[in-house]
Design a binder for this molecule. Structure first.
Ligand code: PEP
Ligand code: MG
Length: 541
C-alpha cells in the first residue's frame, strides 16, 4: 500500500482502478526527408486509412444519432479527396522536402485560415473541420489512435493537469474521480468534479508513467489522499465510510420538497449551478428551486466551431422544459482565461485571466453574441428564462448589451418568432463592478456574485496557480465587505442579489451571508440539501 498526499478539491470517496490520462501531443516537428516518393506514398496511405475510419464513424453515428448528425463524417471524408488539399500536401513534401506530418499540419493551418476569413458562415465553419481532419491524419501518420480514449469500466483518472475542454470531452459516466498532479481548488475542472458529485484531488505528486496504471486505489476527497493498493483493512474502512456517506445522503432526502426559509422566516432562493443538460437532472434530483447559473460556455468548449443558434436553442429549450416553470438563469458565453477553445483564435496572452474573455469577446463578436441571445430568447417561450452577463466592469457595457438585446428582439419580431419577457442580470465578479454596484443596480434586474473570480481579482491571486493555493483566503475580510456592499446596493434599488461562486456552498459562511441579506444561493447540485439544512437552522436578522 502506498499513500500519496494532496488536497481534496471535491469531497467523496471513490474506489476503483487507476487510469493515467495521456495528453494528445500538440506540436508537429518539421523533419527533412530524402525519399520524396516514399513520403508521398506514406501520406496517401494515411489518407486512405483516415477515410476508412471516417466511413466507419459515419456508419456508427448513423445508427446512434441519425443521418443529420452523421453527415459531418461524410463531409470530412470528402475533404480528404479534395484535389487542392492533396496537391498542397504533395507539393510541400516535394518542394520543401519535409515529412508528411508537417506538410499535413501546415496545409491544414493554411486552409483553416483561408476558410475562417470567408464571408459565408457555412464556409467559415469548415475551418474547424479542416483542422480536425489534419489532426486525425497526423495521428494516423504517427501511429496513434485519434479516437477519444474509452475506458471499459469506470476509473480513477490521473493526469498532470486537465483543462476544462479536456474535461468536458471525457466520457463522464466512466470517471469515478479526478486526481491531478497540478491543479487548484477553484479551477473549472474541480468545479466540474463537484458538479458531477465525484471526489477530486489536486496537488498529488504521483508518477505519471505506467507504474500505477491498472492498480486498485481509493481516492479520498475529504482527506486529499490517494491510497494505492490498500490493504484489506484499509479498504474495509473506506467501504464503511462509503456506506456511512450513503446513509447521510439518505437522511438529507427528508429535506426534499421543503421550502428554503430561514429560522426567522425569510424565503431564500436555492438554485443549482450546472454546465450541461445532464447536470439539470442532478439539479432536479436534489430539489433545486431553479438554475442560478447555466455555464453556457461548455457548449462552446465541447465543439470545434461556434455552436449554431439552433443547436443552442435545443439545449436551452430542453433545460427550460425540464425545469418546468422554475427560473433558469443562462449565463452568456464565458470563454477565455482557463476556458479556451482553439477555434476562437484568441492570440496568445500574457495574462489570460485579465484578458480577452467573456462579455469582452461577445461585445466584439456581435454575430456570435446575437446568435446566443436569439437562442436564449427563443427558449423563453418554453419556461421562465433569465440571462446574466459575466465579467462586467462598467455601466457602459451594460448599455451596450441592452442595445444588442433590442436588436435581437426586433429581429425576432420581424421573423415572427415568439418569446417571453426575460430578466436580465449581471455577474459581480470584478472589483470594478463590485465598487460601482450602486450604479449598476439601476440598470439590471438582479446581481449574482461570482466569488471565484471576485476572489482572484480582489486578492490578485490567480485562481489557476497552485503555488498560491495556500494564501488564497476565500474568507478574506475585503471580499466579505464587498459582498455586503453589493447586496446593499442591490436592495437600495429594489433588486435581488445572490451568490453563484463556490463560496455560496461554504456552510461556515451561510449565516454570515444571510445576515448580509443575500437572497439567493446557487450551488453545485449535491450541495443543495446541505445548504438547505443550514439555512433552515440560521437566522437572517
Ligand atoms: C465565479 O467566477 O464565481 C463564477 C461563478 O464563474 P466561473 O467560476 O465559471 O468563472
Ligand atoms: Mg467567473
Amino acid at each position: 500500500m502506498v499513500v500519496y498526499d494532496g488536497k481534496g478539491a471535491s469531497s467523496g470517496i471513490a474506489i476503483g482502478t487507476i487510469k493515467i490520462y495521456q495528453k494528445q501531443e500538440q506540436t508537429v516537428a518539421r523533419l527533412h526527408i530524402d525519399d520524396i516518393k516514399a513520403e508521398t506514398a506514406r501520406f496517401h496511405k494515411g489518407r486512405e486509412e483516415a477515410q476508412k475510419q471516417l466511413e466507419a464513424l459515419y456508419e456508427k453515428a448513423l445508427l446512434e444519432v441519425g443521418e443529420a448528425n452523421a453527415a459531418i463524417f461524410e463531409v470530412h471524408r470528402m475533404m480528404l479527396e479534395d484535389p487542392d488539399y492533396m496537391e498542397s500536401v504533395e507539393n510541400m513534401i516535394e518542394l520543401q522536402e519535409v515529412n508528411a506530418e508537417y506538410a499535413v499540419a501546415s496545409t491544414g493551418d493554411n486552409f483553416a485560415q483561408m476558410f475562417s476569413q470567408m464571408e459565408d458562415t457555412y464556409m467559415r465553419e469548415r475551418a474547424a473541420d479542416v483542422k480536425d481532419i489534419s489532426e486525425r491524419l497526423i495521428a494516423i501518420l504517427r501511429g496513434e489512435e485519434k479516437e477519444k480514449e474509452e475506458y471499459g469500466r469506470p476509473v480513477i483518472l490521473i493526469a498532470e493537469d486537465l483543462t476544462p475542454s479536456e474535461t468536458v470531452q471525457l466520457d463522464k459516466s466512466k470517471v469515478l474521480s479526478f486526481v491531478t498532479v497540478q491543479g487548484v481548488s477553484n479551477s473549472h475542472t474541480a468545479i466540474l468534479a463537484r458538479t458531477m458529485g465525484i471526489p477530486a484531488l489536486i496537488g498529488v505528486k504521483v508518477p505519471l508513467d505506467d507504474t500505477l496504471d491498472g492498480k486498485i486505489a481509493v481516492s479520498d476527497g475529504f482527506e486529499g489522499k490517494l491510497v494505492v493498493e490498500p490493504t484489506e483493512d484499509v479498504l474495509q474502512k473506506y467501504r464503511d465510510k462509503v456506506s456511512q456517506l450513503e446513509r447521510k445522503k439518505q437522511l438529507l432526502q427528508k429535506l426534499k420538497g421543503k421550502e428554503t426559509v430561514t429560522s426567522d422566516g425569510k424565503k431564500i432562493k436555492l438554485y443549482a449551478n450546472v454546465g450541461s443538460v445532464a447536470d439539470v437532472m442532478s439539479a432536479l434530483q436534489n430539489d433545486a428551486a431553479g438554475i442560478g447559473l447555466f455555464r453556457s460556455e461548455f457548449l462552446y468548449l465541447e465543439k470545434d466551431r461556434y455552436p449554431t443558434q439552433e443547436e443552442q436553442f435545443q439545449v436551452y429549450k430542453s433545460v427550460v422544459e425540464n425545469m418546468a416553470g422554475r427560473r433558469v438563469i443562462i449565463r452568456t458565453c464565458d470563454v477565455g482565461a482557463d476556458k479556451q477553445a482553439d477555434y476562437f483564435q484568441v492570440p496568445k496572452e500574457e495574462n489570460p485571466a485579465l484578458g480577452y474573455r467573456a462579455i469582452r469577446i461577445c461585445l466584439d463578436r456581435k454575430e456570435m453574441f446575437k446568435d446566443q441571445l436569439k437562442a436564449i430568447f427563443r427558449a423563453s417561450a418554453f419556461g421562465k428564462v433569465a440571462i446574466m452577463y459575466p465579467m462586467i466592469i462598467s455601466v457602459d457595457e451594460v448599455l451596450q448589451i441592452k442595445a444588442v438585446v433590442e436588436e435581437v428582439k426586433s429581429e425576432l419580431d420581424a421573423s415572427g418568432i415568439e418569446y417571453e419577457a426575460v430578466e436580465q442580470g449581471i455577474m459581480i465578479e470584478t472589483p470594478a463592478a463590485g465598487v460601482i454596484s450602486d450604479l449598476l443596480a439601476k440598470e439590471v434586474d438582479f446581481f449574482s456574485i461570482g466569488t471565484n473570480d471576485l476572489t482572484q481579482y480582489m486578492l490578485a491571486i490567480d485562481r489557476q496557480n497552485p503555488l498560491l493555493e495556500k494564501i488564497n483566503d476565500t474568507h478574506h475580510p475585503a471580499l466579505l465587505r464587498m459582498v455586503e456592499w453589493v447586496v446593499k446596493s442591490a436592495h437600495k434599488e429594489g433588486i435581488w442579489a445572490g451568490i453563484c461562486g463556490e463560496l455560496g456552498a461554504d456552510l461556515s459562511l451561510t449565516e454570515t451571508f444571510l445576515k448580509m441579506g443575500v437572497d439567493e444561493f446557487s450551488v453545485t447540485p449535491n450541495a443543495i440539501l446541505p445548504v438547505r439544512e443550514k439555512i433552515l437552522a440560521s437566522a437572517a436578522r
